[in-house]
Ligand binder design. Structure first.
Ligand SMILES: Cc1ncc(COP(=O)(O)O)c(C=O)c1O
Length: 408
């Protein structure tokens, strides 16, 4: 990864496929016996999808276009589900035509439309969660109450569909194991009610939310998710849920960020380091990068990325607001919380490496807002190994110290 960053003469996003494979292997080692349906929205890059499909992953697709892209990897259609609870009639028809037989749902309106346009399909109902403890809660837009889930799955049965499962999503970049504990409690309650009503599901989908390891929070402090505890709680939860129905219950997860975030990095460059006097008389440094919210760093308002300035090792630094290149004031870190130490000598054109931005970078890239074109990408076979993270050797945020691997 660092060799590819160093070799890049122009801006681009680089994905380390071996790193992604390592994260996939770690996930299956930590949570044995479950199936992975990669949430394509996190990284809809053909090479990344093929790499995961070759490892045995399936896909959580959110539209007919994503389904078609997933099919191009050669993965059997049974390993793809339509995981978006929001679907027009036309999209249901198109997905069914493409061979999809597993649909997410969360309302009577949606399940009725699936019965009409995808006769005989299997449906899993998404339960609402609070999203507490996550950087992005996803709380209100998706999922229904336990009572509604029972109604939806009973309607599925009455209309000739197969009620096949329940799903949850505890919120993206979920930082607490407690979120999975309470999701499991909710799933257990609904499974018990359904069991009493003669609806026996064959799977539980534990959704996404597993955290990336290499982010910094808005104040520039390492986010240190309790991954070991999270995996332990999920393992216990799977055991608890398996005991409810009295027949085999399978488990699915839909990770997005966990598999790809730490294995993507952007080679950007310094647009300008400027110092401007504010209206209160204070002078403030701003580091404008060649990429920002609209071309790769969409999530920069909720977190900070680790920055490496390979041409300024051990340089004197100044505290600066980091921002993207567009004429949009949202295109900046949430700087009221924390400034970043950047090399005082940073000059226009100097390379900057932005780490842990492999998730939701290509998908949240505008077509050319303000004329800043989408970043090209490169996939490298990579060196594998663990992702950067609080427990790994990483440079301090924004400091001019390159990673160990920076000179490789
Ligand atoms: C249905 C569904 N599953 C999985 C994911 C992936 O979430 P994450 O990237 O937090 O793992 C998302 C993301 O929004 C989603 O909407």
């Amino acid at each position: 990864m660092f060799a590819a960053l160093a070799a890049a003469a122009e801006d681009r996003i680089i994905f380390d496929l071996a790193g992604i494979e390592d994260s996939y292997d770690t996930l299956l080692r930590e949570l044995p016996g479950l199936s992975v349906r990669f949430a394509m929205k996190a990284c809809p890059v053909d090479e990344v999808l093929s790499c995961l499909a070759d490892k045995g992953a399936g896909f959580d697709a959110a539209s007919p276009h994503e389904i078609a892209q997933a099919l191009r990897t050669g993965v059997p259609v049974e390993r793809i589900h339509y995981g978006n609870t929001i679907k027009s009639d036309r999209h249901i028809i198109e997905a069914y035509r493409l061979g999809i037989r597993d649909f997410a749902t969360d309302s009577l309106e949606d399940v009725t439309a699936i019965a009409r346009h995808a006769p005989g399909a299997r449906v899993f109902c998404r339960l609402a969660t609070e999203g507490d403890g996550a950087l992005w809660g996803l709380g209100n837009k998706f999922g229904c109450s336990p009572a509604d889930a029972v109604r939806v799955l009973e309607t599925a049965r009455e209309t000739g569909l197969t009620p096949s499962g329940l799903s949850v999503h505890v919120g993206s970049q979920q930082m607490t194991a407690e979120a999975w504990r309470s999701a499991v409690e909710r799933l257990a309650d609904v499974l018990e009610v359904l069991d009493r009503r003669g609806i026996s599901l064959d799977h539980v989908n534990l959704g996404g939310g597993l955290p990336a390891l290499g982010y910094l929070d808005k104040r520039g402090r390492p986010l240190d998710p309790p991954t070991d505890k999270i995996f332990a709680v999920i393992r216990e939860g799977m055991q608890q849920l398996r005991e409810i129905p009295g027949h085999q219950l399978d488990f699915i997860v839909e990770p997005g960020r966990y598999l790809v975030a730490d294995h993507g990095a952007i080679r950007a460059h310094v647009s300008r380091l400027s110092a401007r006097q504010k209206l209160n008389g204070e002078r403030q440094y701003w580091l404008y990068l060649s990429c920002g919210k609209f071309n790769g760093l969409y999530e920069m308002d909720e977190l900070q990325y680790r920055l490496v300035f390979p041409s300024h090792p051990d340089a004197a630094s100044v505290p600066a607001v980091v921002a993207g290149p567009t004429c949009d004031s949202d295109d900046a870190y949430a700087h009221e919380h924390g400034l970043v130490q950047v090399p005082r000598a940073a000059a226009s054109g100097d390379p900057v490496w932005v780490l842990s931005c492999g998730a939701y970078a290509t998908s949240y890239m505008t077509q050319g807002f303000n004329g800043f074109t989408p970043l090209p990408y490169t996939c490298v076979p990579g060196e594998g190994g663990g992702p950067p993270g609080p427990r790994h050797q990483v440079p301090p945020p924004g400091a001019g110290t390159p990673l160990e691997g920076a000179r490789k």
